[in-house]
Design a protein around this ligand. Structure first.
Ligand SMILES: [Zn+2]
Ligand SMILES: [Zn+2]
Length: 252
């Protein structure tokens, strides 16, 4: 049974320049599927190209809250047209990021709402980026989300995770679960139902322990998976089976 990386920026400039080798290593590490998160048109076009040769790559597309000032009207028109393409299985990552001050909050909210409505229209799940913006993100999800979704790289409270699950969302965990300073995260994740959890790398960022400091890539997901299996006291094989079921449930 293979592992699914549910959030990987493999078509960003940094990872794409040696993509064939990266995918080769991923295959060797038992990765059977990668959800490639594209944040702009050029990353998306690369993903379409990749998918011709690697059918096991899935594609998501959406505008990240930190990139909004770079967007022109034509970028929005492009998104609103291409999102109906059947090769794209989800809208994201979208959401709110109040950690970085580079885009004002009102602009972030408007772009988030616009993309939530678009997800409704095309009937695809949403992949949510939520950083230091829990209250506003959850409120807008309640108001505008209609289908399923996933909170990516989760690091919030048990209460918020349960609230999201009640809204038919899944919770995805990344490398921070393995960090020595993970604080309350392992305790939160231990209390969540396994049929609502997924794992991701968010590569090239957030490399799991013991590779922290190196550039992240899908093959390192095994460390996050092992940590999750240990927390839930099941074997890695059982966990892989469950995670695959979760993925199919969300995206089929
Ligand atoms: Zn993110
Ligand atoms: Zn990401």
């Amino acid at each position: 049974m293979g592992i699914i990386d549910t959030h990987a920026h493999i078509t960003c400039d940094e990872l794409y320049k040696a993509i064939d080798e990266l995918l080769e290593r991923a295959k060797d590490a038992d990765i059977e599927r990668i959800l490639c998160i594209c944040l702009n048109r050029s990353e998306l076009e690369r993903a379409f190209e990749l998918k011709k040769h690697y059918s096991w790559i899935d594609i998501a597309f959406g505008y990240h809250p930190s990139d909004l000032y770079e967007l022109k009207d034509e970028d929005w028109h492009y998104l609103e047209h291409i999102i109906f393409d059947e090769r794209i299985i989800a809208v994201g990552e979208i959401g709110l990021d109040y950690h970085w001050d580079d885009v004002d909050r009102e602009t972030q909210k408007q772009a988030f709402i616009r993309q939530l409505k678009l997800a409704q229209k095309c009937g695809k799940p949403v992949l949510i980026h939520m950083r230091e913006a829990t209250g506003d993100t959850m409120q807008l999800l309640k108001e505008y989300k209609c289908g399923k979704g996933l909170l990516h790289c989760y690091s919030g409270s048990l209460e918020t995770a349960c609230e999201a699950i009640d809204m038919d969302m899944y919770i995805s965990v990344g490398g921070p679960l393995t960090f020595k300073n993970a604080r309350g995260l392992p305790e939160v994740i231990t209390q969540l139902p396994l049929d609502r959890i997924m794992v991701e790398t968010d590569c090239p960022y957030l490399t799991p322990h013991p590779h922290r400091g190196k550039r992240n890539e899908p093959m390192y997901i095994v460390h996050t998976l092992e940590k999750l299996a240990q927390l839930h006291d099941i074997t890695a094989e059982e966990l892989k089976k469950q995670l695959k079921e979760n993925y199919l449930k969300l995206f089929s």
